[in-house]
Design a protein around this ligand. Structure first.
Ligand SMILES: C[S@@+](CC[C@H](N)C(=O)[O-])C[C@H]1O[C@@H](n2cnc3c(N)ncnc32)[C@H](O)[C@@H]1O
Length: 255
């Protein structure tokens, strides 16, 4: 993975995929990159997606050291590197606007724990951008012979998105395949909290069967994707941090 072709691919194609999936990039956002390897992703997230700050972690201290050397010339105020496990992230809940995964979770033995951790550290309204290799590709002779990946409990795209949904990360935009079906990429959002003066209705996401929103406070508050209809409808995207939004609309609102 530490070769110039991979770096060029990240800077050109993957940056474009993530830009498209995120709408306008990640301008000014606080981003966590998991499995940051030698640091190319940090460059892409700052320079091409416009993030304000990147925290990059990798389980392998040698990779962290490589990244440190690669990023030496940059302002230390724009990024932080550290050794850490994506399945047990040392960060406060809701502390990131976005998490970026350049082809990592299919490398992580406890990938389900990592998905839960991503859901935890994203603020309400924050999003995950991901790129993964599905199980049927990892199971090919070429991958088994020339690459190193855990073999147990790998996933197809539908299994991966079901796990995202299970921890409350909802699909946003399309799930796409690239490189002749060898990778799938997508984005998922940790929904904001919706409060509603009218009628709240849980919504399904664009991937079909994704995490069920829950209603409480006498069906006035929704954790998940809901629409709000009624003369006094309003939605509040409750969030911590810089990207908090409040929207008030007479008639209907959706988060
Ligand atoms: C294939 S490399 C990808 C590196 C880089 N993101 C890229 O796209 O070139 C996989 C990286 O994930 C890291 N990794 C594997 N398991 C991890 C875990 N549980 N937590 C954090 N990083 C992990 C590895 O050390 C390695 O640097």
């Amino acid at each position: 993975m530490n070769n110039p072709i991979r770096a060029a691919h990240q800077h050109r194609r993957e940056a474009e995929w993530f830009k498209t999936l995120s709408g306008q990039g990640l301008t000014g956002e606080r981003v966590l990159e998991i499995g940051s390897g030698r640091g190319v992703g940090v460059e892409v997230i700052l320079d091409r997606l416009g993030a304000g700050h990147v925290t990059a972690l990798d389980v392998d201290p040698e990779q962290v050291e490589r990244a440190r050397r690669r990023l030496r010339g940059r302002s230390p105020r724009s990024f932080a590197l550290g050794t850490g496990d994506a399945a047990s992230i040392e960060a406060a809940s809701g502390s990131f606007d976005a998490v970026v995964d350049f082809g990592i979770l299919h490398h992580v033995p406890r990938w389900r724990d990592a998905v839960a951790e991503i859901g935890r550290v994203l603020r309400p309204g924050g999003r995950l951008l991901f790129e993964q290799v599905p199980r049927h590709v990892l199971d090919t002779w070429a991958f088994r012979t020339f690459t190193e990946h855990p073999r147990a409990d790998r996933f197809e795209a539908a299994e991966f998105t079901a796990e995202l949904a299970r921890v409350g990360l909802h699909g946003s935009g399309q799930l796409r395949t690239h490189v002749g079906g060898m990778v799938f990429v997508g984005s998922a959002v940790r929904p904001a909290l919706t409060t509603c003066g009218g009628t709240l209705k849980p919504r399904s996401g664009r991937w079909g069967r994704i995490g069920s929103p829950t209603l409480d406070d006498g069906a006035r508050t929704c954790h998940g994707r809901c629409s709000c209809r009624g003369p006094s409808a309003h939605a509040v995207a409750a969030s911590s941090g810089s990207a908090g939004k409040e929207r008030t609309k007479a008639g209907s609102a959706t988060v």
